[in-house]
Design a protein around this ligand. Sequence first.
Ligand SMILES: C[S@@+](CC[C@H](N)C(=O)[O-])C[C@H]1O[C@@H](n2cnc3c(N)ncnc32)[C@H](O)[C@@H]1O
Length: 220
Amino acid sequence: MEITDQKVTAYIQGLYKPLNPFLGRLRAEAEARNIPVIRKEIETVLLTLLQIKKPKNVLEIGTAVGYSTLCFAMSGNVDHITTLELSENSCREAARNFEEAEQSNRIRLIQGDALETLRELQSESKAPKTFDFIFIDGAKGHYLEVWELCKPLWEPGTIIVADNILFKAMTAADEYLDTRRNKTIVNRMRAYLNHVTEVPGVITTVMSVGDGLAISVIEG
Ligand SMILES: C[S@@+](CC[C@H](N)C(=O)[O-])C[C@H]1O[C@@H](n2cnc3c(N)ncnc32)[C@H](O)[C@@H]1O
């Protein structure tokens, strides 16, 4: 089930304006093809955070066709984005979109399993070595592993945003579980939230927006 009241969500979505015509078109095309892109309400939260933080280096886990990547790139508040995607087809499409939007020079797209790529990024000697904004939007069962692998890549003040964290309310209560298969994901989402709300040196807020958003800030 949706975690927010549908009329309230429809009202908030009605207030949404795309950042520019290119992104408006890309969202419409992706939604028409059932390609996952951040929800409108999540986009506005992210753009607000970017306006406050003005990050130099963003790390994104889960590119799909590059819609959220281009939101970061075209926000006017980000210098460089590294984005990780497993699917070769999605990478090809994302790379085309980055070219078309004339943003390729500021985006590093890495194809492969993010868990592997994050290990490689840790051992890379080239800049950027640290990221001041991290967006976790990849495989739902791997958020805590991604968090652990990101540790050497962040710095004091880094913001880590995890999308879909309430997973259609199933994270909040077992009675909302739709299939047994999702129980593993739900347990892992709970493990992520337990960790990021308990671990010292991190401030986390869990927001009932979109499909649930956890925003963590590394103290320092
Ligand atoms: C929700 S979509 C990303 C949407 C994108 N952030 C946007 O808003 O435009 C999740 C993406 O994560 C990718 N993904 C799943 N498992 C992955 C993994 N192990 N490593 C990297 N990417 C993965 C999927 O292929 C999918 O394209």
